[in-house]
Design a protein around this ligand. Structure first.
Ligand code: PHB
Length: 402
């Protein structure tokens, strides 16, 4: 007996899916406004990591984005929304093909993604080549809002420089003189550790050791041995997701936790505390989000996210949610007409709102200007300690919007 004959309900669902796939194909040949006055759905292409070390990050971005849009009745600028999702596997070598699949194959109106800076670079290139609207809900690679900045490219998260530079300042202000930095050997790891070293040097410190391993490897032991031999005053680490869980546990397991303070951008402990257990307790990190912020919007967002997903919100959920809010604002201004490009971009540039992280505004380069918070891992929370750097803007080196 086949599944279909055994389960009529499922067969109906499958038939429905086939029918809607056909309708979607037909719709792509229709103009945005149907003759009967009903508008075509607005197509959002979500290119995110749905597998691999960054899976939890991608999931929270996706859920945060949908939450914001669902709170507005599931519509953008009056148009119903269709989501087209694609797993980027955090693989830069597949980035251009995947982005082109969305833009050319799926005829999306907006491309949203992604987490991994290397994949973001491929998406930025495709967005520039095809003049597609792109919103980056995480990946912090400097060039996206620096040398490769463009009117159609926005970022709702951070640049790798922002939280890292702030941590360098904090570490120096705490009297540390020497640092070792450690990360994966790709754009985010390089930029993050360099920015830490810059802030640290400005405060009188010196980075004496730089250690890298290929993404997404987690064979940390040999590098931890080098750290133990170097004996710096502080260790700065950029890891995230599954890799951050393993690194923080291995660091404590190697006995380094009690002798050399470990610090990092907040990605080291965001969304990971439960899995890290005791090994993360007391860790200080810097980020544009924290637990225990005093904003009413943060409280309502966290309650709504928990209700929608049964999970606790983290920085990735906030970034997804704020991506939704930016879309809501931009598309409301043009009443869903994505072809009104100049008005759409202008409205997005001017968008200011209360984010769970605080006031959300964009720089001329389309990257958030934001307070960077110092946090301390306490129980299952990265508790707000103080504002480390107020209103920090990425330098946006090389950006010209012309
Ligand atoms: C990045 O690749 O830019 C990246 C990835 C994960 C993070 C933060 C930045 O948590």
């Amino acid at each position: 007996m086949t599944i279909e004959t055994k389960n009529a309900g499922r067969r109906r669902v499958l038939k429905g899916l086939a029918a809607s796939a056909g309708a979607a194909a037909a719709a792509s040949f229709l103009p945005a406004r149907f003759a009967i006055g009903q508008q075509a759905k607005l197509r959002l292409g979500l290119m995110l990591p749905y597998t691999g070390t960054y899976t939890a990050l991608g999931k929270n971005i996706d859920d945060g984005l949908r939450l914001a849009i669902n709170e507005k009745g599931g519509r953008l600028g009056g148009r119903a929304v269709e989501y087209i999702t694609l797993d980027d596997e955090s693989d830069p070598s597949k980035g251009a093909d995947n982005a082109n699949k969305l833009v050319t194959g799926s005829k999306i109106d907006f491309m949203i993604g992604t987490v991994h800076s290397g994949v973001v670079m491929a998406m930025v290139k495709v967005a520039r080549d095809t003049d597609t609207m792109l919103i980056i809900p995480n990946g912090g690679v400097g060039a996206a809002t620096g040398a490769l900045c463009a009117p159609n490219i926005f970022r709702t998260s951070f640049s790798n420089w922002q939280p890292a530079y702030a941590m360098g300042k904090v570490a120096a202000s705490e009297g540390r003189k020497t640092a070792a930095v450690i990360s994966w050997d790709y754009a985010a790891g390089k930029e993050s550790t360099d920015a830490f070293s810059q802030g640290f040097a400005e405060g009188g410190g010196q980075t004496v050791k730089q250690l890298f391993l290929p993404f997404p490897n987690v064979e940390f032991q040999p590098l931890l041995t080098e750290i133990a031999a170097t004996k710096p005053d502080v260790v700065y680490a950029f890891f995230a997701g599954g890799g951050a869980v393993k690194f923080v546990k291995d660091y404590a397991g190697a006995g380094l936790g009690s002798s050399i303070p470990l610090v990092g951008p907040g990605f080291l402990t965001d969304g990971t505390l439960e899995a890290q257990g005791d090994s993360a307790q007391g860790l200080e990190t810097t980020l544009h989000y924290a637990d225990g912020l005093p904003f009413p919007k943060d409280k309502s967002f966290r309650e709504a996210f928990k209700k929608a997903t049964t999970r606790d919100a983290d920085v990735y959920a906030v970034q997804g949610y704020d991506t939704g809010t930016l879309l809501i604002s931009g598309l409301a201004a043009v009443k869903g007409d994505v072809k009104a490009r100049a008005a759409l971009v202008g409205a997005m540039e001017k968008t200011v709102f209360n984010s769970p992280r605080g006031r959300f505004t964009l720089s001329k380069a389309h990257n958030p200007v934001q307070d960077i918070y110092l946090r301390k891992a306490t129980g299952l929370q990265n508790l707000f300690v103080r504002v480390a750097v107020k209103g920090l803007a990425d330098p946006a080196t090389g950006c010209s919007m012309a």
